[in-house]
Design a protein around this ligand. Sequence first.
Ligand code: IMP
Ligand code: MG
Length: 179
Amino acid sequence: MDQIEHIKLKELISEEEIRKRISELARDILQNIQAEELIIIGLLTGSFVFLADLIRECHKHRPLYGIDFMTVSSYGSKMHSSDNVRIDHDIRIDIANKAVLLVDDILDTGQTLQAVVHHLRQKNPEKIRTCVMLDKSEARKVDITADYVGFKISNAFVVGYGLDYDNRFRELSYIATVS
Ligand code: IMP
Ligand code: MG
């Protein structure tokens, strides 16, 4: 257990488990999405560590066609629909008629992913698939599931491997619960 100031971090998923799971995910993704022109879109900031590892594993199977990022923020009540998600920075790459894999760190209420999928569909991609490193299915408030999930976890607050608590702990190479 790491103790940082008054915050206690307890390892939930180790670096080794993450590495192994990402290599399985990359294999599944590229086996199932046959399209040659696969574009990966990451949601900043939380997904950047996961995405950096995932794209390199993907490339072991096949080159990607492009990688881009979006920044979104959610505000207002987490109880209500995707109207509460604002797009701060949109993708620049053209995804029309391309296969898209949308990557986020964690699926919690589901509001973010639902809103972003809806937004991207308007750009006429051939298909959109979704991938999240973590899935807290108990926390879901909207009807959405991710096509590829790294780990299902229970409803506790986690940090590390891109995930933050007040912008801290993103740099941890493992995933931890906070107390
Ligand atoms: P959703 O719209 O509720 O699914 O929110 C997903 C976003 O909430 C993620 O992209 C994270 O930024 C954030 N989030 C949800 N749960 C956690 C957590 O346990 N730790 C850190 N960030 C979280
Ligand atoms: Mg996020």
